[in-house]
Write a protein that binds this ligand. Structure first.
Ligand SMILES: Cc1cc2nc3c(=O)[nH]c(=O)nc-3n(C[C@H](O)[C@H](O)[C@H](O)COP(=O)(O)OP(=O)(O)OC[C@H]3O[C@@H](n4cnc5c(N)ncnc54)[C@H](O)[C@@H]3O)c2cc1C
Length: 350
């Protein structure tokens, strides 16, 4: 039986290990820290297509991700749920109503058959009934649309349990410093997310793919929230989320390019940026004292755009010798990315 080492027990490496085990390979999964210790527990907790990626024409990715949401809801309904989000529209502010209406309709079309309710327009009164703290001045109403919400850490641990159930071995606190350490394996998967270049750079040829490290921070306010919101950042193309999460309000995220893979705590500037964005839309402003916690993670994005906001959330593979390097991706599509990584690996094993 072929023996495969997967390095990196984030959601991408774990889904790859799970797919390989389902196909009958013997798999050892290594992590320098622990499963889901890094980016995979620092997400916005959304199983989503990404409404905003429609603006950059990423229809294939959005379609794939919209369909992928249902996999998680069916497999682990105790760790994720459908979530209704509102996108409020204000007169003369942000994107026009027709544009968001078109986007949500396209979202419905691409999500067709995925089992999620369709989007709809809500009047200003209905919007305020659901989200009473929103600013009322110039509010026209809101588009309601659906995505999924998960507990990313626990859902990741659930995937690791599937690996253990299929007799995969999981080694935590076990860094792989050199590829030579794994020379006895038939194949190696480098799924180390933000650290992918560390093992890749040990091979002779230059990497075919470049990645961008883009930190994203979130903050928590110790208040329950009735209604999830997606809002445009004032005077920017970016959007941010205000989400109910485990009895608190979660606000995020930022996109800060950095020159290394390690995550840093949310900076004061990021916290202020998120608070100011929230306060633009709400009658009762939040202050620094309302923030009870923050967290941050680093996205390993394929380098393809000047503005990290426009970077694709697609993934790429590169095979060098018996090593498959995995770049990019997103949580929602990790299971199909894991299957695709398997297919890619089969090409080099045969
Ligand atoms: C702020 C933010 C918000 C996001 N929101 C969403 C969202 O709402 N929905 C969504 O679908 N996606 C979201 N994403 C994207 C998603 O979280 C990531 O695409 C995904 O978690 C990346 O997983 P990964 O396995 O590649 O990386 P990681 O989770 O970082 O896993 C890599 C693992 O490799 C290990 N490792 C590294 N080097 C070594 C080594 N040498 N030896 C052994 N182990 C090693 C690390 O310890 C780590 O556990 C978000 C990302 C961020 C940062």
């Amino acid at each position: 039986m072929k023996k495969i080492a997967v390095v990196g027990a984030g959601i991408i490496g774990s889904c790859t290990a799970w797919s390989l085990l389902k196909r009958g390979y013997q798999v050892d999964l290594y992590d320098k820290d622990a499963p889901m210790a890094h980016t995979s527990q620092s997400s916005s907790k959304l199983l989503h297509g990404g409404l905003r990626y429609l603006e950059t024409g990423q229809f294939k990715l959005v379609h794939k991700a919209l369909q992928a949401r249902q996999f998680w809801l069916q497999q682990a309904p105790h760790l994720c749920r459908q979530l209704e989000l509102l996108f409020p529209i204000y007169k003369h502010e942000g994107r026009p109503k027709w544009q968001i209406g078109l986007g949500t309709k396209l979202y419905d079309v691409l999500a067709n058959g995925s089992g999620f309710p369709k989007s709809k327009w809500l009047s200003a009164d209905e919007t305020l009934r659901r989200s009473p703290h929103l600013n009322t001045h110039n509010l026209l109403g809101a588009y309601s649309f659906y995505d999924g919400q998960m507990d990313d850490y626990q859902l990741g641990q659930w995937v690791v349990q599937q690996i253990l159930d299929l007799h995969g071995q999981v080694f935590t606190g076990r860094p792989v410093n050199t590829l030579a350490e794994l020379q006895d394996y038939d194949a190696i998967v480098n799924a180390t997310g933000p650290w992918v270049m560390h093992l890749r750079s040990q091979q002779d040829t230059p990497p075919a793919i470049a990645i961008d490290w883009v930190r994203g921070s979130h903050l928590f306010v110790d208040q329950p929230l009735q209604q999830a919101l997606m809002l445009p950042i004032p005077n920017e193309k970016r959007i941010f989320f205000v989400l109910p999460y485990q009895g608190k309000t979660m606000i995020g995220t930022t996109e800060i390019r950095q020159d290394h893979p390690e995550s840093e705590p949310a900076s004061e500037a990021e916290i202020d940026y998120l608070l100011q964005s929230y306060n633009q839309y709400h009658q009762q402003p939040l202050s620094r004292a309302d923030v009870c916690d923050t967290f941050a993670g680093v996205r390993p994005l394929l380098k393809d755009a000047i503005n990290p906001s426009n970077s694709t959330r697609e993934w790429a593979f590169e095979t060098v010798g018996k090593v498959l390097h995995v770049y990019g991706g997103k949580w929602t599509t990790a299971q199909i990315q894991g299957e695709a990584a398997c297919e890619e690996l089969l090409k080099c094993l045969n």
